[in-house]
Design a protein around this ligand. Sequence first.
Ligand SMILES: Nc1nc2c(ncn2[C@@H]2O[C@H](COP(=O)(O)OP(=O)(O)OP(=O)(O)O)[C@@H](O)[C@H]2O)c(=O)[nH]1
Ligand SMILES: [Mg+2]
Length: 458
Amino acid sequence: MESAEDPAGRALHLARATIAAIATPPGRGGIGVVRISGGLVADVARAVLGALPVPRRATHAEFRDAHAQVIDRGIALYFPAPHSYTGEDVLELQGHGGPAVLQLLLAACLDAGARLAEPGEFTRRAFLEGKLDLAQAEAVADLINAASREAARSAMRSLSGEFSGAIGTLVEELTELRALIEAMLDFPDEEVDHTHREDAAGRLDRVRASLETVMVRSRQGSLLRTGIHVVLAGRPNVGKSSLLNRLAGEERAIVTAVPGTTRDALRETILVEGVPIVIVDTAGLRESGDEVERLGIERSWTEMARADVVLMVLEAPLGMNEEDRALLARLPEQGTRLFVYNKVDLAPAERAGRRGDGRQEVWVSAKSGAGIDALRGALLEAAGWTGTGESVFLARERHLRALAQARDHLQAAGAQIGQWEFFAEELRLAQGALGEITGEVSADDLLGEIFARFCIGK
Ligand SMILES: Nc1nc2c(ncn2[C@@H]2O[C@H](COP(=O)(O)OP(=O)(O)OP(=O)(O)O)[C@@H](O)[C@H]2O)c(=O)[nH]1
Ligand SMILES: [Mg+2]
């Protein structure tokens, strides 16, 4: 990794262009910020502000364009390298948050020698300068994009290094184990004694257990990002659309007493404990002579085939009848099923009191709202959310894949006890997979892909 002390790194650092961008979102606001980073920051400051501000002190200044015309008046902040977000010299100009004035200010910075930043380029430089590791850099984007408080907290934990720390601990344990094995390999003639062998096996088990814990926390956290896909299915008129409306908290779908009301699949995303749950309302399933309804029913089956969870909606007053049973037999095999007995408000008392076990069946009334909390809980459970709350990692697909690879290599190592060269090689591969998460080993195209998804100015 480059650093200011390393001459080669320093040269690279200077060779990099100075970049500028509007860092606040487009539109009008009380303030708007233009951020500049790179070797020419001092020149830009002198051109736009007339002087280089005192480091890290809020300086009131006039912002001028190339013709010395005043564009705006605001606050300038100068962060000399390496104590800045990017690790380079950084200047932040806080002006009034209007699109025209910010464009003028940005143009003044470009005239003074900066070029327009690409998406994610500030954070990319922070990574290259060793200010953040890759998982932390990704957490910056995740924090900005977080759709719920839980996701934001989890992203912040990754940003402050908790996720990278957990990965680092695994890597350390692996390094120690590799050192032990190398020591054994260095004395091939001596019979590797029993205790060493036991020690290696025991350590491997411990690393595997720690990895498993990190995976559980990561899989949990990834639910906060990806959520699950739930489809409401059942006969016409059982109350699927009414349930969607109840869960969404607003009248999204048309509800009538006429069977066959819903035609197009309609989707709504709700957040339950921060987990995004996409709920799809579909056309009631029956044999229909109506062309439009038939097409709608085809869509229902397509939706069910790709659902994580199918909510089979039934009517509590009737229980499961022949028609329901016939539908049930046709439901796709994969995915979780949950039986929702709706309209408990109409059911005779002994049925209305039924609770279901929450795992398989829930008794609800879309009309009165009874049982809806239990339904939400059952959805979370079906999603695999265990509510570990604070300690989950907002992992990305890329992280989950790397963790799974590491796990596979450790498993392979377990099968090579005694074959120490092979054992050591699997450990090395596992360590490599973990290194991809924090970016210790990373290909250029991976970096390109990750940072391109940022917005400009980040
Ligand atoms: N009493 C009572 N009526 C309900 C309840 N849920 C829905 N209904 C009524 O049942 C009828 C059908 O409701 P919908 O939500 O349109 O049913 P659906 O399953 O979407 O029907 P299709 O779109 O035709 O497949 C409407 O008259 C609703 O008011 C409930 O919990 N209790
Ligand atoms: Mg409907």
